[in-house]
Ligand binder design. Structure first.
Ligand SMILES: *[C@@H]1O[C@H](CO)[C@@H](O)[C@H](O)[C@H]1NC(C)=O
Ligand SMILES: *[C@@H]1O[C@H](CO)[C@@H](O)[C@H](O)[C@H]1NC(C)=O
Length: 213
């Protein structure tokens, strides 16, 4: 849920969306190659990453608002650029760092890795996958995996302009995992651990302030 308040803002600064990096000091290219050979190459993107295939993959997602691009009363829709952090555990890609020169983090290729099929269910256009495909996955030795795609979204929101120009709108962004059942994959929201410079948005909009998420 997102709250927008109509107002005027002029400032604009750049933001570095920094990500926490794990150190892989000590590991050589041979360690990485060996790990890929042992664990990554046999990975299959079609197989859910749980040892017991009757168990659910628990996916969590945080959402960051990069910018509000347009709030359209006629279409009753909002366009925004968002950035997501999607987390899950890959039980099939777990290793002991000391066996691989203390390597704790790798960027495995997508074709060898399962990832959730996220879509926006209140999108303005047809149901389309969320998350650009070129964005790398990051996998930690304990199986924790993170995917941080960002993109432009256009979604439906009931906009009431009766109080213009001091109106507040509440809009929902609804996501689902469109492939598979609830028994196979769950999707939960996780509050972001990063503060954005303009409260809830990275770049301010000249007309709207995001006052809550
Ligand atoms: C891995 O970490 C251990 C403990 O910190 C250290 O003793 C060892 O030298 C490290 N190995 C490499 C290859 O850096
Ligand atoms: C797999 O998970 C199901 C559901 O949690 C459980 O009933 C079953 O005993 C598990 N099988 C094994 C081999 O652990």
């Amino acid at each position: 849920m997102m709250k927008l308040t109509n107002c005027i803002l002029v400032a604009c600064v750049a933001l570095l969306l920094s990500m926490h990096m794990h150190s892989s000091e000590g590991a050589t290219d041979e360690d990485v190659e060996r790990l890929f050979e042992d664990k990554v190459k046999k990975g299959n993107s079609k197989i859910r990453p749980v040892k017991n295939q009757s168990e659910r993959v628990e996916v969590e997602m945080s959402l960051f608002m990069v910018a509000i691009l347009d709030v359209n009363e006629v279409q009753q829709s909002v366009e925004a650029t968002i950035w997501m952090k999607v987390f899950w555990k890959n039980e099939l890609l777990v290793w002991n760092p000391s066996d691989y020169g203390n390597l704790t983090l790798i960027y495995p290729p997508k074709e060898n890795m399962w990832k959730p099929d996220l879509a926006m269910s209140n999108g303005y256009n047809e149901l389309a996958p969320v998350g650009l495909d070129f964005v790398l996955l990051k996998s930690c030795h304990d199986g924790q995996t993170v995917w941080t795609p960002g993109q432009k979204v256009h979604f439906l929101c009931k906009i009431d302009v009766s109080k213009f120009p001091f109106d507040t709108q509440t809009c929902n962004m609804e996501f689902l995992n469109w492939a598979g059942t609830k028994e196979e994959t769950s999707l939960k929201y996780r509050d972001p651990e990063i503060e954005l410079p303009y409260g809830h948005v990275a770049y301010p909009n000249s007309e709207w302030t995001v006052t809550g998420m």
